[in-house]
Design a protein around this ligand. Structure first.
Ligand SMILES: *Cc1c(COP(=O)(O)O)cnc(C)c1O
Length: 869
């Protein structure tokens, strides 16, 4: 292809029409160059080697696998850019459409190369290019990517699945977050314990990000406020900060599956302001000036590694305010490019806050509207409430953010004033609705009274948003009735449920290509965008050949995982055993130790019945513990200690293996979900908001053993009660037992198997005789057992026996496996996003159309059916 596009091309024949490009009033379509958009193999090869040479500055002989990874990534990025600009500048801006602004402190987006190749449809071409121009396997390049670990677990991964669905559904959206220099730590295991290693993910550069220094904004901290009367006689406040820091955005393209839509993930990085302290520089104290610069840049240095747990650190509040202020200034700047007042603001921006981490945005938008743009209070408040929506993610009291007003006022004096004002006006309203009910007022207040007054961020989020949602049906009921019952009474219309989902592109197509191919062969490829079509697989449940192929794919995936286990842990596992998997953050409420009690009980059973005919099992665990969460770390140590004893006991052989896979992240997760027979979802009822690994497992044909918690309930209702292993107390029973006074000792004393397992842990059976090591865990269980493992133990053991029986009848098992997958269409994040779009955001899809012939050609090639498989 040779297009006379009027710009400088490779052989420099044409002069650039530079004059056109500096004329900013009229839109000049930028004529794209072949080498950066062409999709034929020869062009791709040339582009790949050009990028290797001109960006990585390597020729083939010197290049490492990582250099080739970078070169391929740039080659792919080039092919996204044109559609990215078309999406953002030439469609969203020109048509002045309503945009979803998703604010999240975390995005666990996973490796981008595999996703972009898949969504753009150039996986096969890339494989050929890499093979023919570098003699390498694409797989070896994919492995080079340091995945951006900008999240802890489910909450951050949800944000990533949402971005994939938003682009795939062609919904205008921008994700705002923080470009942490260090993401979630890398977990290594030494002597059975977790050791954290800093995540230097940016060390070799990030090929996907584009810095946008021209969109830098200023963020203020500290100082004081002053009231004044403006020239029109109105009361105004100005904030005189102690410090100003700069926020620079880095943009990452988020391409949809088989669409032209490329939305933006905009992550903010803190920079010292230029004139930060020229004074000190000039006075010669260079070291202090630089130290101060370093201090400013600390704001985006590291992700706090807590999941479902809040630590009231001042730097964390600075992070939250920093990214929210940057984002809101950016939203307003963009809005004001096509508007000269704020009347249309809520019709053009739907701002969703992912938990309370960005809730300070409600006070910040008020400040920007009041103090910077000089709106009156009522108008500003109306706009703010209409713009914001709030998603709650947890019922755990220790996870609810509260900031002491001393810290808050020192850092954000103006915001504290605004929050007091919001509170006063809100409570005045409540007082007239519920006269004389002081209890209600103090329960609803944005300020918690006590030795030290605190700002309740969840209350700010509830008052300042027009919509409040939970993330699974049970969770939303508990949010309404247990967590925020007073808010539910005051604003019942604000509450709704939006059950979480996961993207089938990442979690089926990419993670499980063999299964994806089989499904596509049977029902076509519509399921990739419309997951409900998996229903059609039900027609093949009685087809023996289909069942055999289904089972063979699971077997192949298990074999792959067995090899990975051997490589990473040195443990041999039998791919014919039942793969029983629990992967998620380590947390007492998730009850990895309940699973372990069953493992120990099974071990004891084999020891006592050496000739018993048991169903061989491999118990696989993975997950990070927050570095400051001693009990969670102790549970990791116990898993490894039990593994050490069990895996090396010749009486046990291949009948039981216990594995802890290190460094659970998106790449590891992709290997795990497709290989599971059994998915462990065993949290104490009422504690897990939704769970999403439960969905990923079921989609890939695992059966679930679980409690009536989070989305497990909805999964069970959809896959069929007979295809789900249910055990344990429900939420009402948990609450009732707590209220009656729960005595774990009674269970310990009356259940000999439970007692034996606990006594073994206590005596040092798994710790080379050290009876102190696991004492904190044993004592906590015997004396308090906050998460009621003992009460659910027997029910869990019996349920696991039902699992064994079901697994013995393989034919029935594979029928159940197929039905699980066939009936999980509801759990696509596409469905979740459609519900948010309809009920909360009121946004429509805006397809991106490409105009010229070259674009069309590229688009057609991109839509080649499932070439990636
Ligand atoms: C899906 C996922 C999670 C969430 O798992 P839950 O079991 O729902 O808590 C956490 N981390 C990663 C890497 C995931 O892919």
């Amino acid at each position: 292809m040779n297009h006379d596009n009027g710009s400088t091309n490779h052989d420099g024949k044409h002069a650039p029409h530079w004059k056109k490009h500096i004329c900013r009033t009229e839109h000049v379509p930028i004529q794209v160059q072949d080498d950066r958009t062409g999709m034929d193999i020869e062009t791709l090869k040339r582009a790949f080697l050009d990028n290797l040479y001109y960006i990585q500055a390597k020729d083939k002989g010197w290049a490492t696998a990582h250099d080739f990874f970078m070169a391929l990534s740039y080659t792919v990025r080039d092919r996204l850019l044109h559609r990215w600009l078309k999406t953002v500048e030439q469609t969203y801006f020109q048509k002045d459409v309503k945009v979803v602004c998703y604010l999240s402190a975390e995005y666990l987006i996973g490796p981008q190369l595999s996703k972009n190749l898949t969504n753009v449809g150039m996986y096969e071409q890339a494989r050929q290019v890499v093979r023919e121009s570098a003699g390498l396997d694409l797989y070896d390049l994919l492995e080079q990517e340091d995945e951006p670990g900008l999240g802890n677990g489910g909450l951050g991964r949800l944000a990533a699945c949402f971005l994939d669905s938003l682009s795939t559904l062609e919904i205008p959206a921008i994700g705002y977050g923080i470009r942490y220099e260090y993401g979630i730590f890398q977990q290594t295991i030494r002597n059975g314990t977790q050791v954290e290693v800093p995540d230097r993910w940016l060390r070799f550069g990030n090929p996907w990000e584009i810095p946008r220094p021209d969109y830098t904004v200023e963020v203020k901290f500290g100082g004081h406020t002053e009231a004044y009367t403006d020239e029109r006689g109105r009361y105004q406040v100005r904030w005189i900060p102690q410090k100003t820091i700069l926020g620079t955005p880095y943009d990452i393209p988020m391409v949809g599956y088989n669409t032209n839509t490329v939305n933006t993930l905009r992550l903010w990085s803190a920079k010292a302001s230029e004139d930060f302290n020229l004074q000190i520089f000039n006075s010669g104290d260079f070291a202090n000036a630089v130290a101060d610069k370093v201090y400013s840049e600390n704001i985006t240095k590291v992700l706090y590694p807590n999941d479902n747990n809040y630590q009231g650190r001042e730097l964390r509040l600075m992070q939250e305010y920093f990214f929210v202020s940057c984002s809101l200034q950016d939203i307003i700047r963009t809005y004001l490019r096509s508007h000269n007042n704020f009347d249309q603001f809520p019709n053009k921006c739907a701002i969703q806050i992912n938990d309370t981490h960005p809730a300070i945005g409600i006070a910040e938008l008020m400040r920007l509207l009041l103090d910077v743009h000089q709106l009156g209070w009522d108008e500003a408040w109306d706009i703010t409430q209409k713009a914001f929506g709030f998603t709650n993610h947890t019922l755990l009291p220790e996870a609810l953010e509260r900031w002491p007003i001393s810290v808050f006022g020192r850092l954000l004096p103006r915001h504290l004033e605004i929050i007091f004002e919001i509170n006063q006006r809100f409570l005045d309203g409540v007082r007239s609705q519920f006269p004389g009910d002081d209890g209600k007022l103090s329960r609803l207040s944005l300020i918690e009274e006590g030795a030290e007054k605190q700002v309740r961020m969840a209350h700010l989020a509830c008052v300042g948003s027009h919509a409040i949602n939970g993330v699974a049906a049970l969770h939303t009921e508990l949010v309404k009735n247990n967590l925020f019952p007073d808010f539910y009474q005051v604003f019942p219309q604000k509450f709704s449920n939006k059950t979480n989902g996961v993207t089938p592109r990442r979690w089926m197509l990419i993670a499980n290509p063999k299964l994806a191919l089989l499904i596509t062969e049977k029902i076509g490829k519509g399921w990739i965008k419309n997951l409900e079509e998996l229903k059609q697989l039900e027609a093949f449940v009685e087809d023996e050949d289909f069942r055999n192929r289904w089972q063979q794919i699971k077997q192949d995936n298990k074999q792959d995982l067995a090899e990975y286990i051997l490589q990473t842990t040195g443990i041999h596992v039998d791919a014919n055993s039942l793969f029983d998997i629990q992967v998620k953050r380590l947390h007492e409420y998730k009850r990895q130790h309940l699973n372990l009690l069953r493992v120990i009980t099974f071990y004891n059973y084999i020891k006592q019945n050496p000739n018993a005919d048991v169903v061989p099992r491999t118990a696989i665990f993975a997950g990070k513990a927050a570095p400051g969460y001693a009990m969670a770390k102790l549970i990791i140590q116990l898993i490894n200690s039990v593994g050490n004893v069990v895996n090396n006991d010749p009486d046990i052989g291949d009948r039981l293996k216990v594995v802890f896979l290190p460094n659970y992240n998106v790449s590891v997760a992709e290997r795990i979900y497709p290989s599971a027979d059994l998915s462990e979802q065993i949290s104490t009822a009422g504690k897990e908001a939704s769970g999403t690994s439960n969905m990923k497992f079921a989609m890939n044909g695992a059966l679930t053993i679980g409690t009536l918690d989070g989305a497990n309930i909805e999964i069970r209702d959809r896959v069929g009660h007979e295809n789900f292993f249910l055990f344990g107390m429900n939420t009402a029973e948990v609450l009732q037992k707590k209220a009656q006074g729960y005595h774990p000792w009674d269970y310990y004393n009356s259940n000999p198997q439970l007692k034996q397992a606990i006594d073994q842990i206590a005596s040092g059976y798994f710790s080379k005789g050290d009876s102190n090591l696991f004492k904190p865990l044993v004592e906590s269980l015997k004396n308090r057992d906050d998460y009621m493992l003992f009460a659910d133990y027997q029910s869990y053991i019996e349920c696991q026996q039902r699992v064994d029986e079901a697994y013995r009848d393989r034919d029935t098992w594979w029928r159940k496996s197929i039905l699980n997958s066939a009936r999980t269409g509801y759990f696509s994040s596409d469905r979740t996003i459609c519900e948010y779009a309809r009920d909360i955001w009121q946004v429509q899809p805006i397809p991106i159309t490409l105009e010229d012939e070259q674009e069309e050609n590229a688009a057609i090639q991109l839509k080649a059916p499932l070439s990636k498989l």
